[in-house]
Design a protein around this ligand. Structure first.
Ligand code: TYM
Length: 338
């Protein structure tokens, strides 16, 4: 079986960017292949990745809430869907160390996320630097070929591919190399990597760490508040709807959000709105899609109990430990630790 795998950190309530960039594409893929035995789906909370930076609130509560998000986003559970927490599968940290000895300082220092997170800080923890190597371990332990993620993580996928290829070259064919980011995009069924923009500064990506509340939609925003944020989103003075991320990033962002929320090909949404001169009309439509989605999502979320989540984790972690331990043993043998 081919493996589709992704993880979302549990540092705080998630944004609409996380929802549209990773949660929803993964849920759509999982449900599409649910019931056939060609693909299995691994969903996990990278809790070790969470502690590289500040956690908003209590990490344990955030972990459970993040897991509930998957169910609230419509994930159908079946025997081929496995849900687990990274720190409950010790092989992730163990493989990370071995991969640390294959990855180079040069390639890891080039990661944009590391550069952004460490920039201007007097001291930056080593976890921030090592983040993509642990991420490579998360993927390679399960021989995952498909990793649905937002565009900001593409560099990390390419790094994981390079590490896997280098390891295989040196020690023998141990790892399945994930497909390239161009292939990932195709597999996700989108036209290009997903990057939901900051609503007030659409040149930047929407991020939970941006201070201005109006710049991001949080998954616990009331549907009315979220609609207001869309209505106040920064646009431009061209006066004509056109998809152009460079010249009209605000408008393009709204078109992208609309396409993903309504599960419509981006090109169709672009054609529907092409040439419209009243930005307010587009905003009203997107505001309605966002508020409707949040209303349904939040209703489902309130119906999921902690017990439900803990039960799924019990099964998922047994499975994950079995697969991960077997792959780790193969790696240890290859490098002659065993
Ligand atoms: P995290 O929690 O920072 O982000 C989770 C996912 O949300 C996507 N994302 C966005 N997508 C589109 N537009 C945005 N504005 C936006 N903001 C965030 C991210 O691309 C990501 O897919 N490193 C991963 C977590 C991880 C992981 C893994 C993922 C750890 N190990 C192994 C896949 C496979 C991350 O970025 O988490």
């Amino acid at each position: 079986m081919k493996t589709i795998l992704t993880g979302i950190r549990a540092n705080s309530v998630l944004t609409l960017g996380n929802y549209l960039g990773a949660l929803l594409p993964m849920v759509r893929l999982a449900n599409k292949y649910s019931g056939d035995d060609e693909y299995q789906v691994n969903i996990f909370v990278p809790d070790l990745h969470s502690i590289i930076s500040e956690v908003d609130g209590d990490l344990q509560e955030n972990i459970i809430r993040t897991l509930k998000y998957w169910l609230a986003a419509g994930l159908k559970l079946d025997k081929n869907v496995h849900v687990y927490r990274q720190s409950y599968v010790p092989a992730h940290s163990e493989l990370c160390w071995i991969l640390n000895c294959v990855a180079t300082m040069g390639e890891t220092s080039r990661m944009t996320q590391y550069k952004e997170k460490s920039e201007g800080r007097e001291s930056c923890n080593v976890g921030i630097f090592d983040y993509p190597i642990l991420m490579a371990a998360d993927i390679l332990l399960y021989s995952a070929q498909y990793v649905p993620i937002g565009e900001d993580q593409f560099q990390h996928i390419e790094l994981a591919r390079n590490i896997a290829m280098r390891f295989n070259h040196k020690y023998g064919e141990v790892f399945t190399v994930p497909v390239s980011t161009a292939e990932q995009v195709k597999f996700m069924g989108v036209d290009e990597g997903i990057r939901i923009r900051d609503l007030l500064n659409p040149e930047k990506k929407m991020s939970k760490s941006t201070a201005a509340a109006g710049s991001k939609i949080m998954l616990d925003d009331s549907p009315e508040l979220a609609a207001k944020k869309i209505m106040s989103a920064t646009t431009d003075s061209y006066g004509k709807v056109k998809f152009d991320m460079w010249a009209q990033p605000g408008i393009s962002n709204l078109l992208q959000i609309e396409a993903l929320l309504t599960d419509t090909p981006l090109q169709d949404v672009i054609s529907t709105w092409a040439g419209e001169t009243r930005y307010g009309e587009l905003k009203k439509k997107v505001a309605s899609s966002v508020s409707q989605t949040l209303e349904e999502f939040q209703k489902r979320l309130s119906e999921i109990s902690d017990e439900q989540v803990l039960m799924i984790l019990g099964m998922g972690e047994n499975y994950a430990n079995e697969i991960a331990d077997a792959k780790l043993k193969e790696v240890q043998k290859a490098v002659r630790l065993r």
